[in-house]
Design a protein around this ligand. Structure first.
Ligand code: BTN
Length: 331
């Protein structure tokens, strides 16, 4: 992946949030004024909110707290050998990166491979959607977890991953966070985080899950209009600045623990906790299927495999796919 290192260097200079004249930046980076304007344009392509005033004074709106391997590992509070953690400035998609490594059998055995990045050029969401987040504005990472069991035992994995995120974010006293089945993390009914799980492996095992997580921390103004759903970030819901490195480290630890329990006990062990986080438990909803058809019912828990249960006029039914759309009346 081509990364303009000079643009990154400029970003580091601007990250103090102060006003810089274009000429001083050019001097610092040993390049022409025209190059500075080109680099500013490049930063805007990474959705960095760079403001240029009268074409001369340049400033960055929201300084970035960079991801830092030592800090992240410190916050996992486990031996650094447990994780093979790689940080990038830019990749296409952290899920793609790990899926490729898996295909090439290039992952280190005995450790959990984790890849995080400041920016994705082709970030992917569920159902073919795009995941967009500006440079350093969020946490975007993927983890590859090996299960001895076969692929069929992994239903419920994405719901359990949602629990790990909720547990960590709730520890920061953030109010009104919940999960929309199967794994949208919402805050005040807006999307705060998403999960994309891609499974590879054999029917009888072993199987591998690439678990991709995106959490919005401090979305740049320039990216907000291009996000295709109502999005929210942590800076909007808490007055304290939440440290990405800390949340990341704590989330790695939580995922590590929860995935071990999931491997051992299965989803049923987490069912009650998951239902307690569900936004729409007891609500009348439409479940819209990928073919556009829908069914109406009242949400009545989830099945042992993570399928959503609806009370319909034809009785209680469970479904593995579909998108929930809430109706106004709650029971
Ligand atoms: C969704 O809610 O649609 C899922 C979004 C998942 C986004 C994350 S960001 C890190 C990882 N890499 C990707 O390309 N996608 C996931």
């Amino acid at each position: 992946m081509y990364v303009n290192l000079k643009a990154l260097h400029l970003l580091v200079l601007l990250n103090d949030g102060m006003h810089h004249s274009a000429s001083s930046l050019a001097k610092h980076l040993k390049c022409s004024l025209t190059s500075i304007y080109f680099l500013v344009y490049q930063l805007k392509n990474y959705s960095v909110d760079v403001v240029d005033i009268d074409g001369n004074i340049i400033r960055m709106n929201k300084p970035i707290v960079w991801l830092n391997t030592e800090l992240i590992i410190k916050y996992t509070s486990v031996s650094s050998k447990k994780f093979d953690l790689r940080l990038f400035d830019i990749v296409d998609s952290t899920n793609n990166y790990l899926l490729n490594q898996l295909k090439r059998k290039a992952l280190i055995k005995g450790t959990v491979s984790v890849v995080a990045t400041e920016f994705q050029t082709s970030g992917r969401g569920r159902e073919g959607r795009i995941w967009q987040c500006g440079f350093g504005n969020g946490l975007m990472f993927s983890m590859c977890w090996r299960f001895d069991k076969g692929v069929s035992h992994l239903s419920g994995l994405s719901l359990v991953t949602g629990i790990a995120i909720l547990r960590v974010l709730k520890s920061y006293s953030i109010q009104n966070i919940n999960i929309k089945w199967p794994n949208d993390i919402l805050c005040n009914n807006h999307k705060l985080a998403g999960i994309l799980i891609e499974i590879r492996g054999e029917i009888c095992g072993p199987s591998y899950a690439v678990i991709g997580i995106g959490i919005n921390f401090n979305l740049s103004e320039s990216i907000k209009p291009s996000i295709d759903q109502k999005a929210i970030d942590l800076s909007e819901v808490t007055s304290n600045l939440i440290d990405r490195n800390q949340v990341f480290g704590e989330l790695l630890l939580e995922l590590h623990n929860i995935l071990k329990d999931f491997n051992y006990y299965g989803f049923v062990y987490f069912k009650k906790e998951w239902i307690s986080y569900h936004s729409y438990e007891g609500c009348e909803v439409d479940l819209i299927f990928p073919n556009g058809l829908s069914i109406t019912g009242i949400v009545d828990g989830i099945a042992d495999n993570g399928a959503i249960c609806l009370l319909t006029p034809e009785g209680k039914k469970s479904f593995n796919v579909g998108n929930i759309s809430v109706r106004s009346r709650a029971y």
